[in-house]
Design a protein around this ligand. Structure first.
Ligand code: SF4
Ligand code: SF4
Length: 453
């Protein structure tokens, strides 16, 4: 089996897929849900419900707030209690719709059965409209609205749709479980997107450490008669193999230039979870109100590792409680993986469309020795998959040299953490570079806005 990978940088952390064998379990409904209006990239959605309204599961409760934005639906049936700011994961105030759960009544026309629907719709515009109406966003982390990504701008053509099944972040197993348990739905979703993009080729990229998923997806391609339209590519286990630009490099041997988009090189990348969501939207009329989340960590025994199907808007604290509470020895809770995840500073925050994991780190996982001076070993630069010089960016960030940071492409940083992982001096490279990147992006956007006026 030939294996492909990206051309520069990367690291090899232990994959720690401790919840790999745990089947997806459906979480029961909590008494109250909190649905965020800012759970996608772009403008926050605008609520269209008010306190006292009764809503059904799957009903639109917020409309897109701009071109890059998404519809938001109620994940449950019940009464709207409030429409008000509430703290998100990082403790920032974000508008939420609070719903007191009553029964589990869904909107008419949503097919919740397991029946596989394989007949592919032909009307491209109707499919794109359905994906938009159902609030589908990228579930690989970026949460970019899917209908926008599937409509390349004039002059650009999709040559390859890449379905990202790499799940290269250590510990995470939610994508793995959907590939093992719902392979045909993912493939039909991929075929729908492939047709929308004009029938380009389609490659499903899976890392070599998931042999069962590779075998199951290959078998499902045969069962569906899709051999001529798509294939599985086996990727080497190497972090960040699932980064959009790294995946394009591995599969197409093309590089997205600084500031460019995948479509500039003919690529569209969609996560395996997004393909499943597209299937559910187009074939079953089901909006994006559920996702799969891994609860894991070395301090949890095997019996307490989980992959949960959750309704989007469940409070994290409710999921923590359902999973038996924080284990002994855990010192930190992270949403996402250990490389790119964010520390949970507010466990009462609600889950969002992009929630993928709750990871308990123990003392050994988090033990960071104090930072010493840079010894100019160059390991951070060797590890950077974007070809950046993290030691230099760190130095420029310390003196707030914005021109120097932009000239050295800090805006291209994908925040993968490979530099931090490699640094023998334990310098908090990622934290410093992330802040500097945010500042430089702000300057670039302001400049672009001023140019337009
Ligand atoms: S976090 Fe940024 S600078 Fe560091 S290795 Fe990743 S892309 Fe390079
Ligand atoms: S890895 Fe750390 S010590 Fe080595 S050059 Fe980079 S910042 Fe300096």
């Amino acid at each position: 089996m030939s294996k492909i990978t990206f051309s520069r940088g990367g690291v090899h952390p232990h994959d720690n897929k401790l919840a790999r064998e745990c089947r997806i379990e459906v979480l029961p409904l909590p008494p109250v849900m909190y649905v965020s209006m800012a759970q996608h990239l772009g403008a926050p959605a605008k609520p269209i419900v008010a306190p006292g309204d009764f809503v059904k599961a799957g009903q639109v409760i917020a409309e897109p707030g701009g071109f890059i934005s998404a519809f938001v639906h109620s994940p449950v049936s019940g009464t709207v209690k409030s429409v008000a700011p509430r703290k998100d994961l990082a403790g920032n105030p974000v508008m939420h719709v609070e719903i007191a759960v009553e029964g589990d009544v869904w909107m008419d026309g949503i097919d919740l059965s397991d029946t596989l629907v394989t007949a592919l719709p032909e009307d491209r515009d109707a499919v794109l409209a359905k994906i938009k109406e159902c609030g589908i966003v990228g579930l690989g982390g970026a949460t970019f609205p899917t209908h926008v990504k599937l409509a390349p701008p004039p002059g650009k053509t999709a040559e390859c749709l890449i379905i990202n099944g790499t799940e290269c972040e250590p510990f995470l197993t939610s994508d793995y479980r959907i590939m093992v348990e719902r392979p045909r739905e993912i493939l039909v979703g991929a075929a729908i997107m492939q047709n929308v993009l004009g029938g380009c080729r389609c490659v499903i990229g899976i890392e070599e450490n998931k042999p069962e998923a590779i075998a199951i997806m290959k078998k499902a391609i045969k069962e569906l008669g899709y051999e001529k339209r798509m294939k599985v590519a086996v990727l080497k286990k190497r972090y960040p193999q699932g980064g959009e630009k790294q995946l394009i490099d591995a599969v197409m041997r093309r590089q997205v230039r600084s500031g460019g988009l995948p479509i500039d090189v003919g690529a569209v990348v969609q996560n395996a979870g997004t393909a499943l969501a597209v299937y559910e939207a187009v074939q079953k009329n089901k909006p994006l109100v559920t996702n799969v989340l891994t609860v894991t960590g070395k301090s949890l025994p095997e019996s307490r590792q989980h992959n949960y199907l959750f309704r989007i808007g469940m409070p994290l604290s409710y999921i923590i409680e359902q999973a038996g509470g924080a284990p002994e020895g855990a010192v930190k809770l992270v949403s996402g993986g250990p490389m790119m995840g964010k520390a949970v500073s507010n466990p009462d925050a609600a889950t969002v469309k992009g929630s993928s994991s709750l990871l308990y780190l123990d003392a050994a996982d988090t033990m960071r020795k104090s930072a010493s001076s840079c010894i100019r070993c160059g390991r951070c630069a060797d590890a950077c998959p974007m070809g950046l010089e993290p030691f230099l960016l760190n130095r420029l960030a310390k003196v707030s040299d914005m021109d120097g940071l932009e000239a050295n492409a800090v805006q291209d940083c994908i925040e993968c953490g490979c530099c931090l992982y490699s640094c023998p001096a334990n310098i908090p490279l990622l934290d410093n570079i992330r802040v500097a990147k945010g500042q430089v992006l702000g300057i670039i956007r302001a400049r672009a806005a001023a140019k337009k006026q």
